[in-house]
Design a protein around this ligand. Sequence first.
Ligand SMILES: [Zn+2]
Length: 372
Amino acid sequence: MRPDAKAASNNALGLLRPVKGEEGAIDAIGSEGDMRATVIHGPRDVRFEEWPEPRIVEPTDAIIRIAAACVCGSDLWPYRGLQPLNGATPMGHEYCGFVEDVGGDVRNVKPGQFVVGSFASSDNTCAHCQHGYQSSCVHREFLSGAQAPYFRVPLADGTLVPTPERPDDSMIPALLTASDVLGTGWFAADAANVRPGATVVVVGDGAVGLLGVLSARQMGAERIIAMSRHPSRQKLAREFGATDIVAERGEEGAARIKELTGGIGADSVLECVGTQDAMLQSIAAARPGGAVGFVGVPHGVSIDGAGLFFAHVRLHGGPAPVRRYLPHLIDLVLQGAIDPGRVFDLVLPLEQVAEGYAAMDDRRAIKALLQP
Ligand SMILES: [Zn+2]
C-alpha cells in the first residue's frame, strides 16, 4: 500500500499533508489502478487529472464508487486563495454511492449497498459520538477526494449509512445533500434551537442557508425570514418555506429584522456564511435569550466579549455532526417529505468539475452536482 494513500483521500481543511511531492511530480501516471480525479493546485487552478485510485488501507475502510458528488461552498475558500494549500490536494467531501470493497473488520456495510456518508469520519462509538458530536469523534478525519470516481472512507461502519434498498436515480441528488449541505443546514437549525412556532432568521443564501430554511420549516418554524438579495435564491428560499425575504445586510439588515419582529428579534438565527459581518448581523438579529447556530466556517471572525454578554444570546456551532442526522434525513428524502436536491442548479460531468467551481465562484450557480 502506498504510504501516502491515506493522506491522499483524507486531506481536507489543510489538516493533513497532501500527497504529492513538493515539486508536484506525478509519480504514478500510467501505472495500474489510476483514475482521473479533481485536484486543486492553487487559487482558481482546479484540474481533473490522473490520481492514484484509492484502495483499502485499514481493515475498517470502505471504497465507494461515487454515484454523485458536488462542489461545497467551503471548497471555494482554497479556490479563492483564502485558505492556504500545501501542494496539490484532491478535493471533494460530499458523496454518496455504491460500496465497492470493504476491509476485513467492516460489519455494517457490504459491497453493492448504496450509502451516504458524512464529510468527517467517525467511529460512532466514542463518548463524543455517543453525545451526537460525531464530527468531533476522537478518531475523526476530515475527508477529501470525493470529486472522483472512487473514494476511500475510513471507519466505514461509523461513517456510512446504507439505504434500505437501491434508491431510484431521481433520489440521488437529494440523498447526496445529506452528506454535508443538508446535514449542515439541519445542524444550523438544531444549534439555533428551532422549535415549533419559532421565528427564525437565516443569514446566507448559499446552498447551506437555503437548506437551513428547509430544515427550519421541517422543525415547525412558523416564520422564516431569509436574508437574500438574489431573485433566484429568494424564489428557492420561498419554495423551501421562507415567509419573508430581507435584502438589507449588516446593521441595516439587523434593524429590518427588529422591525419585522416588533422590536424583539428572532428566536433562532442560522449563520450560514462564516464572515465577521454575517456573525455580527446574526447576533444582532436574535432576541435576548435567542440562539444563533453558526455553521459557516469562520474566516476572520472575532467576537467582542462584552458585546456578546449584553446581547444575551446563545451561540452554538461547528462542523455539523452529519452522522447523527443521516438516518433521519435519508428517511425524509426516501419518503418524499423533502426535496433538498433542488439546490443543484448546475449538473456537470465530473470531468468538467473546474466549470462547477468557476460557476459557483461567480455565483452563476448555487451548487454544482458532478456525475462520474
Ligand atoms: Zn467517535
